[in-house]
Design a protein around this ligand. Structure first.
Ligand SMILES: Nc1ncnc2c1ncn2[C@@H]1O[C@H](COP(=O)(O)OP(=O)(O)OP(=O)(O)O)[C@@H](O)[C@H]1O
Length: 258
């Protein structure tokens, strides 16, 4: 059984004056433990699709199933990492990372130790009592990642989580996220505009066409790249080859009449 299945997803936003056809007939599958990317031009509906998968928006048509169940019946199975870290500035790092567990009533001592150890694995030593403003952007994104992983979501949604970071921090964080997800066997969907990031991090790339977003093509990343860290993958000759192919494909997509 596929872990995540999307069948015939269509979505139209209705405003007071107009109807915006955001997504058209999207069907795809994601396997457990897979890391996939949604790549496409601005406005092609990537974020809308993530919200539909998370059960936050009900699609106009079509179905989303997570482990065979409608996402409406699988609440709290998804975790987010976004462009902004959304840490509460008045709470310490420790209070921020335990918040989700506290709300769900699952903050046990063993779990607390596990999450603090994860914080250390992310290279964040002795920051528990600090406030977010005392940390750099990259450190805060790592805290946000720990907070997300703490609740053990089945599916992780990464909506351009590296786009606000400087280039060096972004490359380091890509490696850290990729390594952590492989270690924990997490299933993840990354939304990005960045072709290189999609190639370096993914098992498969779903390329979307401009609005209304349609699934244009799926790229399977070769094992030679998948077995490397994102940083190493960027230095492999196959990376450049694939970059050119995806770039040309993206350039060739014509918008459909709405
Ligand atoms: N609440 C809304 N009401 C009306 N139209 C919307 C709404 N949300 C999004 N849209 C429109 O739907 C389309 C898809 O938006 P969406 O944000 O999903 O695209 P995206 O691919 O994530 O874009 P970007 O890469 O710029 O973030 C866009 O044309 C957007 O203007």
């Amino acid at each position: 059984m596929d872990f995540l299945t999307l069948t015939g997803i269509q979505h139209t936003y209705f405003t007071q004056t107009t109807a915006v056809n955001a997504l058209n007939n999207i069907s795809l599958h994601v396997q457990e433990g897979e890391f996939v990317s949604f790549l496409g031009p601005s406005g092609c509906g990537k974020t809308t699709l993530l919200s539909i998968i998370a059960g936050l928006i009900e699609p106009t048509d079509g179905q989303v199933k997570l482990e065979g169940k409608s996402v409406k019946d699988s609440a709290n199975q998804t975790g987010y990492m976004l462009q902004q870290d959304y840490l509460f500035p008045w709470k310490t790092i420790e209070e921020n990372i335990f918040l989700g567990l506290k709300i769900s009533g699952t903050l046990k001592d063993t779990k607390k130790a596990e999450v603090l150890s994860l914080l250390k694995q992310m290279g964040l030593e002795n920051v528990e009592k600090h406030y977010p403003k005392q940390l750099s952007g990259g450190m805060r994104q790592r805290v946000a990642l720990v907070r997300t992983l703490a609740t053990e979501p089945k599916l992780l949604m990464l909506d351009e989580p590296f786009s606000a970071l400087d280039y060096q921090t972004k490359l380091k964080l890509e490696d850290l996220v990729s390594n952590t997800f492989k270690t924990f066997g997490k299933t993840a969907i990354l939304v990005t505009h960045d072709i290189g990031e999609a190639i370096a991090m993914s098992d498969r790339i779903f390329l979307f066409s401009p609005r209304p977003g349609r699934l244009h093509r799926t790229f399977i990343i070769p094992d030679e790249l998948r077995n490397l860290s994102p940083f190493e993958a960027r230095n492999h000759p196959l990376y450049n080859e694939l970059f050119q192919t995806v770039w040309k494909e993206l350039e060739s997509i014509e918008p459909e009449e709405n």
